[in-house]
Design a protein around this ligand. Sequence first.
Ligand code: PLP
Length: 374
Amino acid sequence: MSVYLDNAATTPVCPQAAQAALEVMTEGYGNPSSGYAAGQAAAARLQADREAVAQALGCRPEELFFTSCGTEGDNWAILGAARAGKRLGRHIITTAVEHSAVLEPVEALEGEGWTVTRLKPDKTGHISPEDFAAALRSDTALVSMMLVNNETGAVLPVAQCARLAKAHNPQLLFHTDAVQAFLKLPFTPEELGVDLLTVSGHKIRAPKGIGALWIRSGVKLPPLLLGGGQEQGARPGTEPTAQIAALAAAVRAWTPEDRARLAAVKAYALERLAAVPGVEIPCPGDAPHICAVSLPGYPAEMLVRDLSDRGIWVSSGSACHRGKPSRVFAALGLPKRTLMGMLRISFSPATARADIDALTGALTAVLRERIPMR
Ligand code: PLP
């Protein structure tokens, strides 16, 4: 039996989402742009699904644009906003702990002559609003700050920084990557005060290959793709109706109790992990589903393999950095031995206390058998 504790990397698809995708693939397969009955039925279902996701996000359905993944949403937001906001200036503020789906397009813009300020985190992965305020410049056109970090679980001060940014210049565009926050934290884009917000399906029990970008109405974001008139012409491409149906089903299946369950199991995990001699908890995380712990002196990749041999699946950081040390953990300025042994543990509402007990048991065994490096 295996214990899956890497829900920040991806989640198993819930039965409701799988069922919805199957229905659409086999029965409701019409193209929403077709004028006959099957097409119209597909368009009606697409609209209902859009409304369900919009309701969960607390936005209007017409502000929600389906994308192929969180990466596409982040790329579109950053490259589109940079193009749209060029006349304001060519300065971007972001953080050193963003996902590569943000850092890479920002780096591409830097290559085109933009100036970038990357705010540094403190030892627990938090960003200071004072540092943010000090980074604002007269030519700042774009900000991208994630809401929940995918490796530390830290919640970044997006609402506070968006307020500061808009007071500084109401014209600049503020993007937040909310891929790890959607459904896990209570928020709406309006409450955050942002202009652009990214979500992704596979972190919330929908399949991989579906996401959405929320674009505040009135914000004109040039499209990344050119083609047909789908998604108001802003994101052409025949709508992936099966994935969208699955995303909507996963959202409908999520309950407020799920958030409470997450918080309870994480609290239990932190308590049990703190009791294992040799385990440190540098990043308890604020989000209810992610924390990062360390076994100082033990190489994380070895720990991942040792735990996997015992049926426990955790990661040494973002799944997108396989084999390489985590850039986010490295940015925390932790002691070398602590950094070496960092593991991300991430939960789902289905994670049981027995799963946590299995984890702590396996960690204890590994610590007993392996000798730490000096
Ligand atoms: N942003 C964050 C914070 C993530 O954790 C991820 C996925 O790991 C992404 C963006 C990318 O999302 P996707 O895998 O849907 O492209």
